[in-house]
Design a protein around this ligand. Structure first.
Ligand code: AMP
Length: 282
């Protein structure tokens, strides 16, 4: 496995892979790799001949009061995990390799980032699009894999790939969970042992709402409000909990048959922000 720190190095790896006729499957990550990331790597082997992973804690997607400095960094272990998982090359640039001091251009997003995480984290998806656009231009992958855990990210990157003609096929991989249902996340490392016990409550609330909706409830707002109160009673602070259209990412009050919805929540438990979602075909 090759570890590339510069754009030049990874481009030369990509070039020789392409000359050998290999199909490249690419997974962008911020490192602190867990089973969720590894499930993306396993899936990537089904879609390409050479799996490339980037490890880059992207400063552009963190707000001024967010956890850029404290975000878990476990580079050596990450490399070991990638090697064991059959990754061909890891691209791990420093911030100065991807960003120059002054930027004159930015990508604007209309509507798709108005709600969900985009609503609560200004600049978040612009920062993600910036880095993914760069990574797609540098690596020119045939396939790129992303997790359903960040479903709004997936839908926005899908638009990026289409509207900017990247020619990259996108694959969404289901959420990997701990045995008690908690969606795996690098940020789970922030949870105290008490908080870790409480944390699966978010998924349980989503599952409860899903069950009622699958039972025919088409206006779930009362149900959702009740689950918000239950979560607050357990110590969660609610950022959002709602049903959203998969297509438009706008909140939806009345569900219509034949449509697909995202039942999604973001909550704070102490200093840790947790997100989770379930896809519902109504
Ligand atoms: P991150 O390192 O958090 O930026 O995540 C890198 C990729 O892994 C993203 O596409 C995430 O959606 C995906 N991912 C993170 N956690 C999970 C999970 N629990 N299950 C599936 N994919 C995940």
């Amino acid at each position: 496995m090759q570890t590339c720190r510069t754009i030049e190095e990874i481009r030369s790896v990509v070039k020789s892979l392409k000359m050998a006729g290999k199909k490249i499957a690419f997974i962008p990550t911020m490192g602190a790799l867990h089973e969720g990331h590894l499930s993306l790597i396993r899936e990537a082997h089904q879609h390409g001949d050479a799996v490339l992973v980037s490890i880059f804690v992207n400063p552009e997607q963190f707000g001024p009061n967010e956890d850029y400095d404290t975000y878990p960094r476990e580079f050596e272990q990450d490399l070991e995990k990638c090697r064991d998982a059959g990754v061909k090359a890891v691209f791990a640039p420093g911030p100065e390799e991807l960003y120059s001091d002054k930027k004159y251009l930015k990508i604007d997003i209309s509507d798709l980032n108005r709600h969900m995480c985009g609503g609560s984290r200004p600049g978040f998806f612009e920062g993600i699009l910036l880095v993914v656009n760069k990574l797609f231009n540098i690596i020119e992958p045939d396939v790129a894999l992303f997790g359903q855990k960040d479903i709004q990210q997936f839908q926005i990157i899908r638009r990026l790939a289409e509207e900017f003609n990247h020619g990259t096929e996108l694959v969404m991989v289901p959420i990997s969970r701990a045995n008690d249902g908690l969606a795996l996340s690098s940020r789970n490392a922030y949870l105290s042992s008490e908080e870790r016990k409480t944390a699966p409550g978010l998924y349980r609330s989503l599952q409860y709402i899903e069950k009622q909706v699958n039972g025919g409830v088409d206006t779930p707002s009362l149900l959702i409000n009740h689950q918000k109160s239950e979560l607050e009673a357990k110590g969660f602070k609610i950022d959002y909990l709602n049903t959203f259209s998969l297509k438009t990412l706008q909140p939806v009050k009345t569900l219509e048959s034949g449509e697909t919805y995202i039942l999604a929540g973001a909550v704070w438990l102490g200093k840790t922000r947790l997100i989770d979602n379930i896809l519902i075909e109504f």
